[in-house]
Design a protein around this ligand. Sequence first.
Ligand code: SF4
Length: 227
Amino acid sequence: MTEPQDSPRRPFDIKEALARVEAAVRPYPRAALFELAESGYRSPFQVAVACIISTRTLDEVTLTVARRLFAWAATPAQVVGLSPTEVEALIKGCAFATTKAGQIRTLAERALFELGGDLPCDEQALRSLPGIGPKCASLVLGIACGQPRVAVDTHVHRVVRRWGYVSARTPEETMRALEARVPIRYWLDLNRLLVPFGKHICRPGIARCSICPLTDMCARVGVTSGA
Ligand code: SF4
């Protein structure tokens, strides 16, 4: 990783940065899970299922696949009414559809028969479910349960490291670093805003620094070329 070529001109201000990012990503599609929540798919089960579908899958595909599944079966009881093969056919197009179909079916069975009809707003219980790691658990708790949570995917991890705001090596370390540094009221915004920002502006590979509103704050850690 290279050091920044120029020193940032002003101290990094997370409140100001997120306000600028919010304006910058307005023309772009929202992150898939937030878009689905806007459409009404915001129960713990639905957010968990959408998050499983989204793993290693483009947001555009996640939206199409999740909407197709939810049109047929949007509740644990409805998913249990489908065979694993039928769930797989409905989520065809996302990565690892066979594995994910099994995970989704298991989530539905656990929710329906063990957990009172939906998934609980409880991190430990969520993390015990197949396909639910730290990021998906945080998104369920944040979007569906209204709890302040930091959810770190590859975009969030890359962007905050380029800013020079955290220097953690893994998404889990970045999550802890952000929890320690970012005011709690912005925790869920980090994922909501930095996923589209990372997809369209601070992209993997060549960052689009020439159109970025954060050039006066960003340390551009590891950025060797920008568009
Ligand atoms: S696009 Fe460039 S200036 Fe903007 S956040 Fe990314 S690295 Fe920093």
